[in-house]
Design a protein around this ligand. Structure first.
Ligand code: KG4
Ligand code: ZN
Length: 414
């Protein structure tokens, strides 16, 4: 058999090993032919059991997800052993569903990629041990995935985005700004010093008892706040954005949450209602809380863009800001960020909402990215452990603070 040697531009007779390797890059199906590597991604770092099969070109061949949101809404937050049990009950079915939808058999996979850090220990453990069984059974390479790296790279599946770019990750468990220089090459510019914005919005929603609001009873806290805020007037409350004097890119949300809590308590007294009932001013509080969170996030992101531009870290002509994570699906916060990117001549990109929240596609895609770059592909999984805490990249947040960049005031008319 003769195959084309592209570099030499001539025909040559390849070795038997090369022929098999070449044939191995095809995947045969009845009526289907894949020329790409196929990765199964598995995600269980928090409260979603998710899996997907993605090919090298970024085609999502099959995906499945089981969300625990409704259960955790009822208990007023995630109880780790409950999350673990639900992952255990669902992981086999979810992986099976993703594989069946893709019409790919495990033996056809090029690798299995699984979130092993950071996240809830008990949840990570379920995904990891299930994956290791699969890896062992089907003799596949294993690609351990950093959950935040996966969120950051998702945009390269949906859009043509080259490195470097700036990423803002805002979710229930994380809040960070990072410069993405390569598949596993990150500079951490800033992070939350306490809780994440999604966590804060969840707590405010809970304190406002939005689960009892007929329109919001099945929504996550952040989504409920966004929904209700549309009916409220943010000007009825004046919450100050946190850390206004700190000229760095770090975030803080717990102080703001306590201020809002106090205001809710005061309003309950004024309206003469018990904690657990929905205030008549709930929509106004939601609107003001959302606005303050949006301004805080926008200001820190603005400084990160200016810092990267000053240091020549980003393309001058094609500067890209990527926003992802569960809170990135909030359109009000996106608009605040749009004001920043318009003022700094940047392009704002967000993955579609279903890829902003936790999902299996982003894990599989991260596996593809690592497979293509030849990074972190394990053929021996001995000693592999999950890591509940794990920073992303090299932390240069101190240097960012020392640069003390003054951010021009922007009119946040949203
Ligand atoms: O990325 P994600 O699914 O899970 C992790 O935290 O990693 O994000 C979930 C978080 C929750 O805190 C939820 O309240 C928040 O994202 N969220 C929102 C919206 N939808 C989900 N926050 C604000 N606005 C939304 N529309
Ligand atoms: Zn996440």
């Amino acid at each position: 058999m003769l195959i084309l040697n592209k570099t030499a531009g001539v025909f040559f007779k390849p070795s038997r090993r090369k022929i098999y390797a070449f044939l191995g890059s095809f995947h045969f199906h009845p009526g289907k032919l894949f020329l790409h590597k196929l990765v199964l991604g598995i995600e269980t770092s928090c409260d979603d059991t998710a899996a997907a099969v993605v090919d090298e070109a970024g085609n999502v061949l099959g995906e499945a997800i089981h969300s625990q949101t409704e259960v955790h809404l009822k208990t007023g937050g995630i109880i780790p052993p409950v999350a673990q049990q639900l992952h255990r009950e669902n992981i086999q079915r979810i992986v099976q569903e993703a594989l069946s939808a893709s019409e790919v058999s495990p033996s056809e996979l090029s690798a299995i990629a699984t979130t092993i850090k950071p996240g809830l220990a008990l949840s990570l453990g379920v995904g990891l041990s299930f994956s290791l069984q699969l890896v062992d059974q089907f003799k596949k390479p294993f690609i351990p995935i950093h959950h935040m790296e996966a969120h950051a790279l998702t945009i390269r599946l949906t859009n043509k985005v080259e490195f470097p770019f700036l990423v803002l990750l805002i979710s229930g468990g994380h809040c960070l700004l990072a410069l993405v220089r390569g598949v596993s090459d990150f500079l951490l510019l800033g992070k939350s010093l306490d809780i994440a914005p999604g966590d804060m919005l969840d707590k405010v929603a809970r304190r406002l008892s939005l689960i009892k609001h007929p329109e919001c009873s099945t929504m996550s806290g952040g989504k409920a706040i966004e929904h209700l805020a549309k009916q409220g007037n943010r000007l009825h409350f004046d919450f100050q954005p946190p850390m206004q004097r700190a000229k760095n890119c770090d975030f803080s949300f717990s102080g703001l949450q306590h201020v809002i809590d106090k205001m809710i308590m005061q309003k309950e007294k004024e309206e003469g209602i018990e904690q657990g009932q929905v205030l008549s001013s709930a929509a106004d509080i939601a609107a003001a809380a959302q606005h303050t969170v949006a301004c805080h996030i926008a200001k820190r992101t603005h400084r990160a863009l200016l810092f990267c531009k000053q240091r020549g870290f980003l393309h001058q002509s094609n500067t890209v800001l990527v926003v992802s994570g569960g809170v990135a699906s909030n359109l009000y916060i996106r608009k605040a960020l749009e004001i920043v990117t318009n003022a700094t001549q940047c392009t704002l990109l967000c993955p579609p909402p279903r890829l902003c929240t936790d999902n299996g596609v982003m894990i599989a895609w991260n596996g593809v990215e690592r497979l293509r770059a030849g990074l972190g592909i394990l053929h021996n999984t001995e000693g592999i452990r999950y890591e509940p805490k794990c920073p992303l990249g090299v932390d240069i947040s101190k240097e960012v603070g020392e640069a003390a960049i003054k951010v021009p005031r922007l009119k946040m008319k949203i």
